[in-house]
Design a protein around this ligand. Sequence first.
Ligand code: NAD
Length: 301
Amino acid sequence: MSYTAAGTKVGFIGLGIMGAPMVRNLVAAGYDVTAFDLDPSRVEVAVKDGGKGAASIAETVREADVVITMVPASPQVEAVVLHEGGVLESIRPGSLIIDMSSITPQTSVDVAKAAADKGVQVLDAPVSGGEAGAVEGVLSIMVGGEQETFKAAEPILEALGKTIVLCGPHGSGQTVKAANQLIVAVNIQAVAEAVVFLEKSGVDLEAALDVLNGGLAGSTVLTRKKDSILAGDFRPGFKIDLHHKDMGIVTDAARNVGAAVPAGALLAQLVAALRQQGDGGLDHSALVRGVKRLSGEKLED
Ligand code: NAD
């Protein structure tokens, strides 16, 4: 069994910043995609991009071989997959659900168990690479589930990403994604502190960031976010609200296994504070705004 573009019908649920370009890439790879979102304007975008629009989850999944979900967090995955009117009610036995949302590892385990009772396979397959990675089809995809299911799903995942790795059993993809979010948050905060320090010191900020990115301090964060940080453009991208959710997942998961994540705990607080200051809808590079406030700057909203 291999879900190649020829003959595979995909149902896609969740057409936001990430889901929309992922649908575009699946259509470009030749998949027959039926798309649904609570927001009908997002469905219209998917139809313009070559997908078929659906008005309900049932309509999205009834004929699908593979159902992909890309919604904000655990409560939405539970609502979409497990609740009344959800995927498991209408999906055909023998089909596959690939949940690409970033959620708690435990929710992924619960979803896999509920699906197995109906003869449906599940992979947790959260991603990293941001909106740009989704648009370019070069996401890193960290997968949890069974080897045989992973092999069958590889052609679909290859239409969406570049680095695709099976990390272990159900929930493992989410655990690796939680670690990813810890590293990214600490990295952005370090860049944010450097930016404010450099600005206040009066050096040429752009030149400074360029040379830093060529050395050991270089990072994908600097490469991807430098221009928008210099322009003070914090449109999302990856929303602070979502990173707040992810810092909750990683600090909780780390506590459960007895791992100390002191920098992660600090970042969870800094992200939560930024959100309380009204920046939840901004890109996570808005951690720069948090450092500016701590450094005494009065920011315009
Ligand atoms: P988003 O808020 O832009 O999109 C989420 C979409 O899901 C929205 O269009 C919303 O209407 C839809 N939705 C919510 N509940 C639904 C339901 N019950 N039924 C149908 N549709 C529903 O979020 P996003 O940035 O696309 O992120 C999606 C997931 O991917 C999140 O788990 C996020 O943490 C993760 N992620 C995002 C990025 C990024 O850079 N944006 C990167 C990696 C991972």
